[in-house]
Ligand binder design. Structure first.
Ligand code: ZN
Length: 475
């Protein structure tokens, strides 16, 4: 089976075929760096990572572009409040974004273009849209004329009748021909100058709207038409619809052939996690609460299919941590085992079957949860076989290959857990303090907690040492 992906544009699961043999061009909407990314954003970013890894596993070379939105109303407000420029204001959040991506082991994109560094591309595209009658100027602003693009709504399958109010909307803020027309360029406000958020353009000094940045930067790095455009489902309308309108009107060619959207992540209360709504959870919050970033990674990509809603609860994160631990322990056991002389042929047949089923699940619109479910069944069987010394060299190699294949997507089995050493050292210090204070109950609780996490403590004359213990049985 070849890779099939659910294309929002066609509304169906279609076999994937790139424009160029062996190469995939992929644009995904990145973070607005006005604050830390919330976990809902991270779900979309890890979905891009999973997609990219699957394409690479299928043998494609991938050019992945992910933009950084470093200008928008929230950034302007915050920079104003902080008395700095937008470039200065976003710096720590750009760094934090890359840190988050590293701790979640997302593969780096090939390009991370920043909006403020691509203003000339946007100005050129807006110029083309004005020339061709797809855009108009109104009091220093420039708007896209939705009426001029009959295919508007093709992605979200909108009923256009509701989008065609002929009346002119004039408020103190807008002078648009139609309510649904959207801004390509906003006239500079005197404050924008202080914030470093105003640029010259033939149609007047100002700053770009949000949507035009993706159209302009996608064209710069991937050309007029490319293979895949991805984003969270909340971006489908209007953002992606607007990107299509701008790009296709300006370039006269289709933008992306396949559009992929990942679903929302809900907070425990069932409410959509959105930073505009105020309180939102970041990776930092989860790590501070004791969660391992790799458990967060596993939870976000392997707990539910990317097109299903997912609910963030600490129980679910703990369950993911346990699953990651089981996989790591299993991988370590297979690495270390001495192959027996016996070879369980039935097990070897099962490994081959699971491997094929895993590949099939991933090729079926990236169904990682289903693939991983199969692997966990096999882990149980293979552990039992190792307990009984029924795994020989052939079986060991087959298991090692399967682990390698699965970890190409999951990437949770190799290396030490990031931050583990510091976390363990912190708990050890806490335990020492409890012992000095003769709080032996607390000290024992900490030892027990570490044991639960697979860490054994050894009191020695040189102080306390720790090591990872692998539970060989009872999976
Ligand atoms: Zn975008």
């Amino acid at each position: 089976m070849t890779l099939e992906l659910h294309n929002t544009l066609t509304g169906s699961k279609d076999p994937f075929e790139p424009l160029q043999d062996g190469h995939v061009g992929m644009y995904t909407c990145g973070p607005t760096v006005w604050n830390y990314a919330h976990v809902g954003n991270l779900r979309a970013f890890l979905f891009y990572d999973l997609l990219r890894r699957q394409l690479q596993a299928d043998g494609y070379r991938v050019t992945h572009v992910m933009n950084l939105t470093d200008i928008d109303d929230r950034i302007l407000d915050q920079a104003m409040h902080a008395g700095t420029t937008i470039v200065e204001y976003v710096k720590p959040y750009v760094e934090a974004f890359f840190e988050d991506m590293r701790s979640l082991r997302a593969l780096p994109a090939d390009h991370y273009p920043k909006a403020t560094e691509h203003i000339p591309d946007m100005v050129a595209m807006i110029g083309t849209l004005l020339e061709r009658g797809f855009a108009y100027e109104a009091d220093g602003d420039v708007y896209f004329r939705i009426e001029s693009f009959p295919r508007y709504g093709m992605l979200s399958h909108l009923d256009r009748s509701g989008l065609r109010p002929g009346m002119r909307v004039a408020t103190d803020k807008y002078d648009k021909e139609s309510v649904s027309d959207f801004a390509l360029w906003k006239k500079a406000h005197p404050d924008d100058e202080k914030l470093g958020a105003a640029w010259d353009a033939p149609f007047g000094r100002g700053r770009p709207g949000w949507h035009i940045e993706c159209s302009a930067m996608a064209k710069r790095y991937l050309g007029d038409t490319f293979d895949i455009h991805g984003g969270g489902v909340d971006l489908m309308f209007p953002h992606h619809e607007n990107e299509i309108a701008q790009s296709e009107a300006a370039n006269g060619k289709p933008l992306a052939r396949v559009w992929l959207h990942s679903e929302h992540l809900a907070e425990a209360g069932g409410e959509k996690m959105s930073k505009s709504a105020g309180g939102f959870t970041t990776l930092r919050d989860l790590v501070a609460a004791g969660h391992d970033p790799l458990a967060v990674r596993f939870f976000l990509i392997a707990n539910a299919h990317y097109r299903s809603r997912l609910r963030l609860t600490s129980e679910a994160l703990h369950a993911s941590a346990e699953q990651v631990r089981r996989l790591r322990d299993f991988a370590a056991r297979v690495r270390r085992m001495d192959p027996g002389t016996q070879e369980d042929q039935e097990l070897i047949g099962r490994i081959a079957k699971v491997r094929a089923a895993y590949k099939e699940a991933l090729d079926d619109d990236l169904n990682l949860p289903q693939g991983v479910g199969q692997v966990f069944e096999l882990v149980r069987e293979a552990n039992a076989a190792m307990d009984d010394s029924r795994v020989g060299e052939h079986g060991r190699r087959a298991l090692a290959e399967l682990i390698e294949e699965v970890d190409r997507h999951l990437d949770v089995m190799g290396g030490e857990e990031p931050g583990l050493a510091e976390e363990v050292e912190r708990l050890i210090a806490e335990r020492e303090a409890a012992r000095s204070a003769k709080d032996f109950i607390r000290a024992d609780l900490i030892r027990e907690e570490l044991k639960q996490r697979g860490i054994a403590l050894e009191d020695s004359r040189d102080g306390v040492r720790w090591r990872r213990v692998t539970r060989e049985r009872g999976m």
